[in-house]
Design a protein around this ligand. Structure first.
Ligand code: AHG
Ligand code: MN
Ligand code: MN
Length: 373
């Protein structure tokens, strides 16, 4: 400390024109999302400013818990290569998929924080065979994929946490039951994801548009960086695992072939293999993400409750659409918590065109070049 003061004076002597006032440190550089510190909107402020009819206080608290989970998982994700977290845990989940250490860590963080917060009565996780029922007076059910894209962890590629929140319909006095979580996605009170990429971004909707908050790692706050996100009119990308195309039904193949025609919207193909990251890129730049049914995977790969429904909710809130190829995803009532579904998400007109082609309409013919036609 003494040395610092001495250094300042020494510097002052060398540059006599520099006054002590000028030695005062500048205000810290504004975190992302604001030109000045005064303009900065944290996720807490953003939610606190929402009318309580639309975002009741217990829901706000629950969202803070998920934001905190995101910070902890982001922190651990950054260190994955330095620790044992890249690898397999040696355990297989209920769906027969190998669990990574980070899958289990993320699940534990989300579950622990939600249990501690006292706002939830039940938690559905990809990594748990059964629903976790939480005693107490919690009014909400959280469904989540704690770590989406986990096959990408050891390649240092973006991964994320997907979540959806339902308000319980059963009486708070008694135990929750299936009717609280086997619900159509249109009942969601909120949905979102936390993407661990080049930065950590929390994307959220409580039914009033889609908003994104970027974690400033220096300050430790999620700061509003995009509000009222909408799918761009001009789609830029389509995201399908092309290697599976021989296994798709005819209509899906026809749709992708239509996309690739020179007179149709010229989309680039981008496929990360983390649905959450593919969805996010397409939300920013426009496009469609698809994981169709395949020969041998008649229901597709993604899970209805904690992947399809939350992402479809966000897609619709951003002016897009989510479909299983036949039906609006948000209208489907799941019959089990780990049920799979084909998923098509993104630009509304593209999803509608895909539906038309899957359902047998010959939408591939004609000269139309725009996604709407
Ligand atoms: P998860 O890591 O939660 O099991 O999800 C992985 C999913 C999804 O994120 C991604 O789009 C898809 O698997 C990729 O599968 P393919 O490798 O078969 O394309
Ligand atoms: Mn997933
Ligand atoms: Mn997962």
């Amino acid at each position: 400390m003494l040395r610092l003061v001495t250094d300042v004076h020494a510097d002052h002597d060398v540059h006599p024109e520099v006054t002590m006032t000028q030695f005062d440190p500048d205000p810290p550089a504004p975190p992302v999302g604001a030109d000045t510190v005064a303009e900065l909107v944290t996720i807490e402020q953003f939610l606190d400013d929402r009318p309580t009819e639309s975002v009741p206080r217990p829901l706000t608290s629950l969202l803070y818990d998920l934001a905190l989970a995101g910070k902890l998982i982001a922190n651990r994700t950054r260190r994955a290569g330095l620790t044992e977290l890249m690898g397999a845990s040696g355990v297989t989940n209920v769906q027969g998929e190998e669990q990574k250490a980070l899958d289990l860590y993320a699940d534990e963080v989300v579950t622990s924080l939600l249990r501690r917060g006292g706002r939830v009565c039940a938690i559905v996780s990809e990594e748990r065979a059964e629903v976790t029922v939480v005693e107490g007076s919690g009014q909400y059910i959280v469904v989540h994929d704690p770590m989406d894209g986990s096959s990408n962890i050891d390649s240092n590629v973006s991964i994320g946490t997907i979540f959806g929140i339902y308000q319980r319909t059963t009486d708070v006095g008694g135990p929750p039951d299936e009717s609280d979580w086997l619900r159509p996605g249109r009942d969601l009170a909120a949905a979102g994801y936390i993407l661990y990429g080049t930065s950590t971004i929390l994307v959220l909707s409580t039914g009033q548009g889609v908003h994104a908050f970027t974690l400033d790692p220096e300050v430790g706050e999620f700061v509003l960086t995009w509000s009222d996100m909408v799918h761009p009119d001009e789609p830029a990308y389509y995201s399908f695992n092309h290697s599976s195309s021989p296994l798709w039904e005819q209509g899906v193949g026809d749709f992708v072939a239509w996309l690739e025609r020179p007179d149709t919207p010229s989309l680039s193909q981008r496929y990360i293999g983390s649905a959450v990251a593919d969805f996010h890129r397409n939300l920013l730049h426009g496009g469609i993400y698809g994981y169709p049914a395949e020969t041998g995977l008649p229901e597709g790969k993604l899970r209805m409750v904690y992947e399809g429904a939350p992402l479809a909710f966000l897609a619709e809130q951003a002016g897009g659409l989510g479909s299983d190829g036949h039906r609006r995803l948000l209208d489907i009532v799941p019959t089990s918590i780990h049920q799979r579904t084909p998923v098509f998400l993104g630009h509304r007109a593209l999803v509608e065109r895909l539906q038309a082609m899957v359902q047998g309409g010959d939408a591939s013919s004609g000269e139309e070049a725009s996604p709407e036609s």
